[in-house]
Design a protein around this ligand. Structure first.
Ligand code: GLC
Length: 428
């Protein structure tokens, strides 16, 4: 016994020294990610996968506000303070021009071979004028129409293809359902004063042949008869087929009403597909997803959304952080997220993957909507894009709350956009 005890102590010392050493060598990376629908859980799962492959790295997942505007302010605060707190940032498709100075060039960390299979236009979107890749494409988005198939059947209606049909059908279903359910709404969408409203507005304008706010060539196209007509129409929905509370609603608020079985139609992004599959309020076969409606002689338009992964210039571990961003954007992780959270891959080949199409058939059915999604004018306006969007959603919000009429909103919008950008006014 006397001889064994010291041996034990020696062993324990050796072991604890070893473990201590290992801990000291472990690098910690923080990734700031969205937490809408099922997305956060998939990031945590992907982080586990990464840590298994890299036992020397610990990944901490930080969630961020749901509102894109609030997320951007938070990120800008961190960047301006040159904080190393977050290594990898989830970057909106409209932000590369705003954040490029704070992000490293991923090409310097071997991203070249990994971006090959990704949609060209997203890679271009994430590339600066001088050729730096500031974010890995992660998932893509397009605005879609969710509808209740069971209710369309019950009222003898088809999936609406024009805004006027949507308005009419939403009214018919709502009036019928309200007899038993006073909480039932016709059409829910995002009308809060934030980026999501700009996305809805772009869809109304573009689908009614009113242009895309500012053209890719830099012409302001807001003040025209087409936009006036559709904006006045949308304002008329508020308090009618759409609850007045829409002026405070973001994606998750609209989804909550839809999810409870209290809406005939919803405008939302693909992530809501996977969560809708899990609702108890109605069966999976009782809902469908379609392109958004269009104006009488227009084409449907879904706003191009989506998120990317950039590495902070102020990270203490840029090399490991780049590895994490590249892994998160890999085929393996994108496939898992497409299946578990219906987040659109940015890797083209995954749209033909059998397992993905089985779990999220909308990726095949609505492929055309995704590849033809309409971009917001963020490339042409660069660092000014947030201010552009702020003008658009603030003016429209005032129309939705009844503070101003549609025509005045378009006139102010045009003037403010011209003031900000110096661009010409023109027709779409
Ligand atoms: C979605 C889109 C994003 C957009 C945001 C607006 O997250 O992917 O691009 O800015 O919605 O709410």
């Amino acid at each position: 016994m006397k001889k064994i005890l010291p041996l034990f102590i020696v062993l324990a010392l050796v072991l604890s020294f070893g473990v201590g050493n290992l801990q000291a060598e472990q690098i910690e990376l923080a990734i700031a990610s969205g937490a809408v629908g099922a997305e956060l859980a998939t990031v945590e799962r992907a982080a586990e996968m990464f840590m298994e492959e890299h036992p020397d790295i610990r990944v901490v997942v930080r969630d961020t506000p749901d509102s894109a505007d609030e997320r951007l302010s938070l990120f800008l605060q961190l960047f301006e303070a040159r904080s190393s707190e977050i290594d990898v940032f989830q970057i909106d498709v409209i932000w590369p021009g705003i954040l490029e100075d704070h992000l490293i060039d991923l090409y310097e960390y071997g991203a070249e071979e990994y971006v090959a299979g990704h949609f060209e236009r997203i890679v271009e979107n994430n590339t600066t004028a001088d050729g730096r890749l500031v974010a890995m494409p992660w998932f893509s988005d397009a605005g879609l129409l969710y509808y209740r198939q069971d209710l369309l059947d019950e009222y003898g209606l088809e999936v609406p293809t024009t805004w006027s049909e949507l308005e009419e059908y939403a009214g018919i279903i709502m009036d019928g359902e309200r007899e038993n359910n006073p909480d039932f709404e016709g059409f829910v969408w995002q009308g809060n004063a934030y980026e999501g409203l700009t996305c809805n507005v772009l869809e109304w304008f573009a689908s009614n042949q009113g242009g895309t706010i500012i053209s890719p060539e830099g012409v302001i196209t807001v003040n025209n008869e087409r936009n006036h007509e559709i904006l006045a129409k949308a304002a008329g929905w508020v308090g009618d087929i759409t609850p007045s509370g829409v002026t405070a609603m973001m994606e998750e608020d609209a989804r909550a009403i839809w999810h409870d079985g209290n809406a005939a139609f919803m405008r939302n992004w693909p992530y809501a597909f996977s969560t809708t599959m899990d609702t108890d309020a109605f069966a999976p076969e009782d809902f469908g997803v379609a392109p958004l409606p269009a104006g009488e002689d227009g084409e449907p338009a879904g706003t191009l959304g989506g998120w990317n992964l950039g590495v902070s210039r102020y990270s203490d571990h840029p090399e490991e952080a780049a590895k994490l961003a590249i892994f998160m954007a890999s085929e393996e992780v994108q496939k898992m997220r497409a299946i578990d959270a219906s987040l659109n891959p940015t890797i083209e080949a995954l749209y033909e993957d059998e397992e993905i199409l089985e779990a999220s058939p909308l990726f095949g059915d609505l492929y055309d909507v995704f590849i033809n999604a309409v971009p917001r004018p963020s490339t042409i306006t660069g660092a000014d894009y947030s201010a552009v969007s702020n003008i658009v959603y603030s003016e429209v919000h005032a129309v939705l709350t009844g503070e101003q009429d549609a025509l005045s909103a378009l006139e102010y919008m045009e003037l403010e956009l011209q003031d900000l950008t110096g661009f010409e006014l023109g027709q779409p």
